[in-house]
Design a protein around this ligand. Structure first.
Ligand SMILES: Nc1nc2c(c(=O)[nH]1)N(C=O)[C@@H](CNc1ccc(C(=O)N[C@@H](CCC(=O)O)C(=O)O)cc1)CN2
Ligand SMILES: Nc1nc2c(ncn2[C@@H]2O[C@H](COP(=O)(O)OP(=O)(O)OP(=O)(O)O)[C@@H](O)[C@H]2O)c(=O)[nH]1
Ligand SMILES: [Mg+2]
Length: 473
């Protein structure tokens, strides 16, 4: 059967796991009549067709033969006042996977009337029916996937329409100039292009700056949203796994006093204030005859190479030397924080911050690398570590700013394209080319920005974007 946007669709909107309540959502012109077939009110006196909009009522959901499946609550939201702008019914059942599946199965059994929704199809309809633009539809997905305070708050801003408004505003400025040029070329008597280039130049610069600022936010936005990949490396027994455990607040990794305890990499997401870190604990680096340990050491080096942040762990009660130089050299171009650990063993400390400073100089690492004294046993130095991370990556700003960050690769690429087109407009102006030259590039910029909010976007792209959504959304 060919799926169309006119079909009535149904899907489980809540998680596919046992929960208190589950919602099965139905959308489309047949929604009310399809659900009516299975819905009974306690006194049989009540008809779904009469159900007041936006209200919820108790009743029974029975199968086609009239056998009770579950007691439910049903809400009706008629077009256009619904999520999809179509008639929407939500059946609230007990949230067992079995009961939700059974009800869904009844609803979609008669395929001509109602079929299973594709992933993201409800939100796709909200977009196609004009309730939300593409950035807001994408925000819905981002909210569901958000794993940090930042990711969530940024996506909520996008859902609110902040991104859309910026783009709409930029496009309005572009189309105004395009219209002006066109009118002037058609009707030179009434529209004067004398000195026009000195007027359009500032506008162009402003738009380019806007693009550049948004693009700048993209890299920071990604780190903030998906987490900073952070690798803890150092010699065996320095306290790397202890740090991971302190950060996660649980026994995530095995800690013993035997050098070479950690062999494989251990990964864990850790939230530090508003920053999400993807922390990777690794095997202590040394030459090992043990085959398994040697593989672990190789892995540690590989992960360190791909990391965005290196936490270099040093045992302050143990000599530093060639091995440290060798490890630090391999990560010298990364952002590094050095932890000088085990400082609770006051009498045994032989390595100081100054020694580390010298070591870093030997390796040729910038001397403003933070060196923090810590004790994993006492939990000392963790706050300093947090501050150092926020300084390194966010200039000390931990609270998300009110500005919106670009976190979507599609938006980033289209903004880059618009940026390039606007720079071409700028070049044309500088070269004193005639106005009709600008319009081509202005139009390209206008189109690229339009694709971000979903105007002039083709069916293929719409399919691709919404197919990444989850079921029932
Ligand atoms: N039960 C339930 N909870 C949900 C949703 C839902 O669809 N059902 N949502 C989504 O998945 C989100 C809420 N988003 C929504 C956005 C708009 C409309 C809506 O009906 N809008 C209409 C009418 C607005 C009104 O009456 O004020 C409109 O914009 O025209 C519904 C939900 C999160 N929680
Ligand atoms: N006194 C003291 N002992 C610590 C501290 N941090 C870790 N230790 C101890 O040092 C030993 C090694 O700690 P681990 O966290 O397993 O060290 P590691 O760097 O993961 O070691 P490998 O996995 O072998 O590379 C354990 O006995 C820890 O209890 C600290 O700050 N002070
Ligand atoms: Mg370890």
């Amino acid at each position: 059967m060919i799926h169309t946007n006119e079909d009535t669709i149904a899907a489980i909107a809540t998680a596919a796991s046992d929960a208190g309540i589950g919602i099965i959502r139905v959308s489309g012109s047949k929604a009310v009549s399809v659900v009516s077939r299975f819905y009974q009110n306690s006194k049989h006196e009540y008809d779904l067709e009469q159900h007041a909009n936006g209200t919820i009522r108790f009743g029974y959901f029975c199968d086609a033969k009239g056998n009770l499946i579950d007691e439910v609550m049903v809400s009706v939201m008629r077009a256009p006042h619904s999520y999809t702008k179509e008639d929407v019914i939500e059946v609230n059942t007990h949230g067992g996977t079995m009961v939700m599946q059974k009800i869904l199965h009844e609803l979609i059994s008669d395929e001509n009337e109602c079929r299973l929704a594709e992933p993201g199809e409800f939100t796709k309809r909200a977009f196609l029916n004009g309730r939300i633009d593409l950035t807001r539809a994408e925000a819905v997905m981002d909210i569901i996937e958000a794993k940090s305070e930042f990711a969530l708050s940024n996506s909520e801003k996008q859902l609110r329409g902040d991104m859309r408004n910026i783009i709409v505003d930029m496009r309005a400025q572009i189309i105004y100039e395009m219209a002006f040029i066109e009118s002037a070329l058609d009707d030179p008597e009434n529209y004067d292009l004398t000195d026009y280039s000195s007027r359009i130049m500032p506008m162009c610069d402003k738009l380019i700056r806007k693009c550049d600022n948004l693009l700048k936010s993209a890299d920071e936005g990604r780190v903030r949203a998906t987490g900073l990949s952070t690798v803890i490396i150092g010699k065996p027994n320095s306290g790397k796994s202890s740090l991971l455990n302190v950060l996660t607040g649980e026994e995530t990794a095995i800690v013993t006093d035997i050098a070479g305890t950690t062999r494989d990499v251990i990964e864990h997401d850790v939230k530090i204030d508003n920053i999400l870190l993807h922390v990777i604990d690794t095997a202590g680096i040394r030459d090992s005859a043990d085959k398994i340990e040697a593989i672990g050491v190789e892995k540690a080096r590989k992960f360190a190479k791909e990391a965005e942040l290196i936490i270099y762990m040093v045992d302050s009660t143990s000599q530093v030397g060639d091995e440290d130089i060798e490890i630090l050299t391999s990560v010298k171009d990364k952002k590094i924080i050095v932890l000088l650990n085990k400082t609770d063993k006051e009498d045994e400390i032989i390595i100081t911050k100054e020694n580390i400073q010298k070591l870093l100089e030997t390796v040729g690492i910038n001397t403003d690398v933070p060196i923090i004294t810590t004790s994993m046993i006492l939990g000392n130095g963790i706050d300093d570590l947090k501050t150092a991370i926020s300084d390194l990556f966010f200039n000390g700003k931990l609270v998300p700013e009110d500005e919106i960050y670009i976190t979507n690769l599609r938006h980033k690429q289209l903004l880059e394209k618009a940026d390039r087109s606007l720079n071409l407009v700028r070049d044309s102006i500088e070269q004193g080319l005639s106005e009709d030259f600008y319009t081509i590039d202005l139009h390209d910029a206008y189109e690229s920005l339009g694709l971000i909010i979903g105007e002039e976007v083709g069916d293929d792209l719409v399919e691709e974007i919404f197919s990444k959504f989850c079921m029932g959304k």
